[in-house]
Write a protein that binds this ligand. Structure first.
Ligand code: SF4
Length: 372
């Protein structure tokens, strides 16, 4: 797109801001799906460069935040087993389960290791044949290819001590659930550029048609986000609803075909419970039957107890409303008081992509608890 080569030029931000002011005629509410984009918006104050008629709301694209509490509980139980080395991205360790988090399990002696790639966990499995290695497979379509590659690599190496605790979630079903909600406010979406780098954007085209919303595939630099907003507003003002690709320097319509093939070989879609939101049909991934021996829940089904999927919906944490864009973080009565990054009540305050963490980090000095 026009401005992407200038994303280090602060003037480009102001040029885009002026252009958005020029074309805006009506009030519009736009959701950025990705937590990384939320952090850019709050960090750089991009929402404050927009006309008052434009409202940006934050979506469910924080994988740590939406991992259901029953899988955190399962992770804690699995990590407590004496023969298990539990491998996870660092963000997951402080996400509260029903009674404890992985950090506490680690403090109590559980062998929990922070990894930066699922292939690290395969290496740990090779080096520790006497142990069972479980990798916590968390994330959206972006991280699924690496987890799928780890499974294929474990099979190639004939490893019988490697498995996944699968918590993968998918973006399009969540967008459809938000648009179908009676409380929906979203009139246009910024879709996450990294997800589309893997999956492309063909799957968004039916959503635009069915719900009559524009979707713009958008990058992460301030100028990317403002250009994405400009493209959404241009469509809304002209009554159009199609997919635009602001992030064309990385995203093609069909995505990364090799990565999609690997994911499709190892995983299939399944219903998934989203933390604070509830079950969304076909919104998760599970291992295909041909890879069932790599499913930690199946291997250890007699050693752990899965808690009820719905038992977090009545918690004080309002994460479900935050993740659906119904409420801003600073409107939560616990924000900045009973809930802080040191003492989080919910995952959005823990994760580096969580909306509550973004507001706390960049704006808590200017908003009191309970303020909008
Ligand atoms: S501020 Fe804390 S308690 Fe409130 S919604 Fe965010 S994470 Fe949950």
């Amino acid at each position: 797109m026009k401005y992407v080569d200038e994303f280090r030029d602060p003037n480009a931000v102001h040029v885009l801001s002026r252009e958005i002011h020029r074309i805006t005629r009506h009030p519009w509410t736009i959701m950025e799906v990705c937590g990384g984009q939320t952090h850019s918006i709050v960090r750089y104050g991009l929402d404050r460069l927009l006309p008052p008629a434009i409202t940006l709301i934050h979506g469910p694209g924080c994988p740590v935040c939406v991992t259901p509490i029953e899988l955190i509980d399962a992770a804690c139980q699995l990590a407590s087993l004496p023969e298990v080395i539990f491998c996870s991205f660092g963000d997951m360790l402080r996400v509260p389960g029903s009674h404890e988090d992985l950090l506490r399990v680690k403090a109590q002696g559980g062998d929990i290791r922070i990894i930066y790639s699922p292939l690290d966990a395969v290496g740990i499995a090779q080096s520790n044949p006497q142990s069972q290695i479980i990798c916590f497979a968390v994330g959206f379509e972006t991280t699924a290819p690496a987890q799928a590659m780890a499974v294929l690599q474990a099979r190639r190496l004939h490893l019988s001590n490697f498995s996944l605790l699968v918590a993968h979630v998918l973006v399009p079903p969540a967008m459809k659930a938000i648009l179908s909600s009676p409380e929906n406010r979203v009139q246009g979406f910024l879709a996450a550029g990294h997800v589309c780098s893997v999956m492309g954007y063909e799957m968004y085209e039916p959503i635009c048609l069915r719900y009559r919303v524009p979707i713009v595939v958008t990058g992460f630099e301030p100028v990317d986000i403002l250009e994405g907003v400009q493209l959404v507003i241009a469509q809304l003002e002209e009554g159009r609803h199609k997919v635009d690709n602001q992030y064309a320097r990385s995203v093609h319509r069909s995505g990364n075909l090799e990565a999609r093939k690997v994911v499709d070989e190892v995983f299939e879609s399944a219903s998934r419970n989203w933390r604070g939101i509830g079950e969304i049909p076909e919104s998760g991934l599970q291992l295909r039957q041909t890879f069932a021996e790599f499913d930690a829940l199946r291997t250890f089904q007699d050693r752990i107890h899965l808690s009820s999927p719905a038992n977090d919906l009545e918690s004080e944490c309002q994460s479900g409303r935050i993740l659906q864009g119904i409420m801003q973080p600073s409107a939560c009565s616990a924000f900045g008081t009973r809930c802080t990054p040191d003492h989080p009540l919910g995952a959005p305050m823990v994760s580096s992509e969580g909306a509550c963490a973004a507001y706390y980090r960049y704006r808590h000095h200017e908003v009191g608890p309970g303020e909008q």
